[in-house]
Design a protein around this ligand. Sequence first.
Ligand code: TXA
Ligand code: MG
Length: 318
Amino acid sequence: MTVLLDDPLDAAALILAGELVAFATETVYGLGADARNGKAVAGIFEAKGRPHFNPLICHFPDAESAWAEVRPDDRARALAAAFWPGPLTLVLPRRADCRVDLLAGAGLDTLAVRVPAHDGALALLRAAGTPVAAPSANRSGRVSPTSAAHVMEELSGRIAAVLEGGDCPVGVESTVLDLAAGGAVLLRPGGVPVEAIEAVIGPVGRAVPLSAAAGRSLRSPGMMLSHYAPALPVRLDATEVGPDEALLAFGPPLRGAGTVFQLSETGDLREAASRLFSGLRTLDASGRRGIAAMPIPERGLGAAIRDRLARAAAPRHA
Ligand code: TXA
Ligand code: MG
């Protein structure tokens, strides 16, 4: 059963216990989980019924706590001073000691961070004291909810709680700006107009065709705006393992495998999702010639895991 909460402290306690809690921000309701907890983050994708893993925004009560996880440059600091709390999300390099689980960032070296302008959200984030990963609190393919009642319609029975926070005043998602690669690129238009951003840091590049593409489930990884892919070739649905291959195991490992990363001994898809990106990274560094991935069932989170492995397996062009 999904409960409706009034007290942000109760919401924070549930988040810290690994539960999913939807909460209001000034833009839309977010579906929050402790971003350090890979299983809780996997639960977000499960609850939304998302057929693929995309990187999620991490929410913080203030800029200082965001800077503990990512490395801001001068532009990021200036934009934070101008627009936080507010509907602007900054994509920045993860710090080496970043506590956010790799699944929340879809395996990328960058992380999207923001400080929402909503008293209830800020109280929750302050009390939780952990980065909170939160995409919009709707089922996959549906519009973003802007009231607690909308969230209940979408996710009742699939999440622990909704923190009542009234109607969202902005109603569209935050503007997403990529500052990680040196330039400044608009990945998603949103609550802060790009002109207002340009008034602070100068010209901003538009990635419109790519950002439109990034929202869809694309078969061609080359068309993705950014995604993590291992350097080693990945072989899907492997039923035997070659002598120079590392094994990404799901359930009892195939016989003869030298290097093994176990996604889930018991075949738990949520556990497997939470370990997918660390598994790919670990095996990528194993010194073997390729990665053999054991079959993952298509049901539930399995579809998203298979989607990510298929992207990793697809031929890449420089
Ligand atoms: O207003 C909002 O931003 C809402 C509320 C709940 O805060 N959240 C939201 O989150 O819309 P989400 O996860 O649905 O949107 C994340 C967007 C996606 O377009 C994603 O591709 C982009 O941010 N994004 C996240 N991390 C990224 C990264 N490391 N690099 C590039 N894009 C990233
Ligand atoms: Mg959304």
